[in-house]
Design a protein around this ligand. Structure first.
Ligand code: NIG
Ligand code: FE
Length: 409
């Protein structure tokens, strides 16, 4: 049996429970001072404040620092070939994201590079990104396919995700996103690609047990709300839980659809209309907000406060991808959520832990410091939660613990 006692914790801060927190509950974070946590075989056994009643096993001194649950990144496009630094010059000249995509650049240039790489190459590259994520305090993440855009290439991406989940300490949850763009082969045959998605790609991904979720880019020039509905309903028939990239650039009905079909989460929501917020509240959909993408696209910011007030649980994620957000640092996401969404540090903590875990079906195992959950924890170079959200541009993750084992620091 392996055990670990973390003692001398200046502040322990965590949301509680195994379900997404909404409204005022999102900021109801448990705070303990002068605290300790005891873990055995990768699980949290007990925690409290004062002198720990346990003396055996390995010990880690937190030296009066802040400890939180490991961060959960609920939205990444982790698996891709190449990068897109050549787009920076276009961004500086203000060429819009959708214009770059329509000209065969953007997502489609990453599709070329991803198709040219082997499964092993993609996994090795993503493994390095996972190392970096761990070093910033992320202990669980989601990963989407979506740069293959045909059956074998999407399966190749999903297999790389499965391999990483097995071989890397990070828990990696898989999402099928064959509906990320219209592939060049089908640019004059939308119906043909929709049929390929619904009749071959979704069934193949589901039957091989390679994905838990199905996601669609519902956007002007990509997939309409009706096409998105068809794809997500088909995914549901095959047991894939719906997610949707909605209202990122144009509000074309994505958030309303998310609520109507009971999507577990809707992503982006930068220009989410009031009717989308009501639909998500009614449908129990989590708003997965990606403030670093707003920053990188030079766009406006999602109406997070309105969502919290309407009772929609808000999760926060990186959107790590080679185009609209080449950033995997959730600490920066936390800073931006405070400053741009006007979320409090407590709301932000719930957004990057428990609500993010709920958005990827992991809230029974990770996302909070609760008995019997995985011992995924971060000791921060910070005395309290305000400090973690206030400092900008440093990496404050001092010790990152995954399933009771120190992975970084
Ligand atoms: O979430 N919006 C669509 N997909 C990604 C961008 C992917 C890319 O540009 O390669 C996003 O922002
Ligand atoms: Fe995305």
């Amino acid at each position: 049996m392996s055990s670990l006692l973390i003692r001398n914790i200046g502040m322990l801060a965590t949301p509680e429970g195994a379900q997404a927190r909404r409204g005022a509950q999102q900021r109801a974070v448990r705070v303990l001072e002068n605290a300790w946590i005891y873990t055995e075989n990768g699980e949290i056994i007990s925690y409290g404040s004062g002198t720990p009643p346990i003396t055996m096993g390995d010990k880690l001194d937190a030296d009066g620092r802040l400890v939180t649950p490991g961060l959960v990144d609920a939205h990444t496009h982790l698996i891709f070939g190449g990068w897109r630094q050549n787009e920076l010059a276009m961004k500086i000249r203000n060429v819009p994201y959708l214009e770059i995509l329509a000209a065969g650049g953007g997502i489609l240039s990453t599709v070329k590079a991803t198709r040219a790489a082997t499964e092993e190459e993609l996994a090795a590259k993503a493994s390095a990104a996972l190392d970096e994520m761990l070093s910033f305090g992320t202990t669980t993440c989601e990963a989407k396919s979506g740069y293959g855009l045909n059956k074998s290439e999407e399966i190749k991406q999903l297999r790389a995700i499965k391999r990483l989940n097995r071989e890397h300490p990070m828990d990696v949850v898989s999402t099928f996103m064959g509906a990320h763009a219209l592939p060049p082969e089908y640019k004059d045959d939308r119906e043909g690609y929709l049929r390929l998605l619904c009749e071959e790609m979704i069934p193949a991904a589901a039957k091989a047990n390679l994905a838990r979720f199905c996601d669609v880019f519902c956007e002007t020039g990509v997939f309409t709300a009706e096409e998105s509905r068809r794809i997500l309903e088909t995914g549901k028939e095959y047991g894939l839980i719906p997610k949707i990239h909605a209202d990122e650039i144009d509000a074309i009905g994505g958030s309303v659809l998310a609520g109507e079909i009971g999507a577990v989460s809707a992503e982006h929501l930068i220009v989410c209309p009031d009717e989308g917020i009501s639909a998500m509240a009614a449908g129990g959909t989590i708003a997965c907000l990606l403030p670093a993408t707003s920053f990188y696209l030079n766009s406006t910011y999602a109406p997070a406060r309105k969502m919290i007030e309407a009772g929609v649980p808000v999760a926060l994620a990186s959107d790590f991808n080679p185009g609209s957000c080449p950033c995997l640092n959730l600490q920066l996401v936390m800073n931006l959520a405070c400053l741009k969404y006007r979320m409090t540090p407590e709301e932000v903590l719930t957004g990057v832990t428990l609500n993010a875990a709920a958005a990827i079906g992991m809230a029974d195992r990770v996302g909070s410091i609760d008995r019997a959950k995985q011992a995924d924890l971060v000791i921060w170079d910070a005395p309290d939660l305000n400090y973690l959200c206030y400092r900008l541009g440093s990496n404050l993750a001092r010790t990152v613990i995954k399933k009771g084992v120190v992975q970084h620091g």
